[in-house]
Write a protein that binds this ligand. Structure first.
Ligand SMILES: [Zn+2]
Length: 251
């Protein structure tokens, strides 16, 4: 059985037995890895700090027949500011779940790894988390090759629009002539389209301080969540959790 080292970020875990934990790691060289961290829930376990949710660490792993195991880990960044804030924790968990369910085992990607680490850094300081989540969704899909076509009509190539419609099923915008190609297409504002283009093409960090009208945020939410759900097999549990938090804070 071989030993290997890799950088990775902890994107999920579940407890096993009395003191163990099965981690889901995401690494640039190997993609998603499931590995058991033995004894990690015991006080003073040397593995504890580097294996918490969102921890970015250097791991020494042992290949197993069914499951690899963590032999050592050295923490590079703990992202503790995410874990100590309920809202940031909820959104971070949503980002991690989206990454888990949109990638397969061994789907390695340096670009996806760097994108996720950048998102965690930004999540520590971002104010409008709802808007940040929309950028995350759009960029996550784009990196995996599922960017929506938002520069011309996905059906006829038209670039001039009287009305703009968005179709998750066809994967992009439709002009007024083509809107009936998808009965579920929704009409969107021009500002929404302009913002989506900026979110897709702009650098994540350059969008940090933007303030958006509520109506624009609402439309982005409707369009992008529907688009993401169309590409993944199930609704993320953590999305319902965020909806619950929003309901509580609105009361
Ligand atoms: Zn068209």
């Amino acid at each position: 059985m071989g030993l290997y080292t890799t950088e990775a970020v902890v994107v999920g875990y579940r407890d096993l037995g009395e003191a163990d934990r099965i981690l889901t790691l995401f690494s640039p060289e190997r993609g998603k890895i499931h590995a058991v961290a033995r004894g990690v829930r015991r006080p003073r376990s040397p593995l504890m700090a580097g294996t918490q949710l969102f921890s970015y660490s250097k791991f020494l792993l042992v290949e197993g027949r069914n499951l690899d195991s963590v032999s050592q880990c050295e923490i590079k960044e703990s992202f503790f500011k995410i874990r100590e804030d309920l809202d940031r924790m909820a959104y971070g968990s949503y980002f991690a779940e989206l990454l888990r369910i949109s990638t397969r085992e061994c789907d390695k990607s340096e670009e996806l790894f760097r994108f996720f680490i950048k998102a965690l850094y930004l999540l520590q300081v971002w104010e409008d988390l709802q808007f940040m989540a929309r950028i995350f969704e759009l960029k996550l899909m784009a990196i995996q090759g599922y960017a929506p076509q938002i520069f011309y009509c996905v059906n006829c190539g038209n670039r001039k629009f009287k009305e703009i419609w968005f179709s998750s099923i066809l994967g992009g915008i439709l002009c007024e002539k083509c809107k009936s190609n998808d009965k579920k297409a929704v009409q969107i504002l021009r500002e929404t389209l302009v913002m989506m283009r900026r979110m897709l093409k702009g650098k994540f960090e350059d969008l940090v301080g933007l303030k958006l009208e509520e109506s624009l945020k609402k439309e982005l939410k409707t369009v992008l969540i529907d688009f993401v759900l169309h590409h993944i097999e199930r609704k993320p549990r953590t999305l319902s959790f965020i909806e619950d938090i929003v309901k509580i804070s609105d009361k």
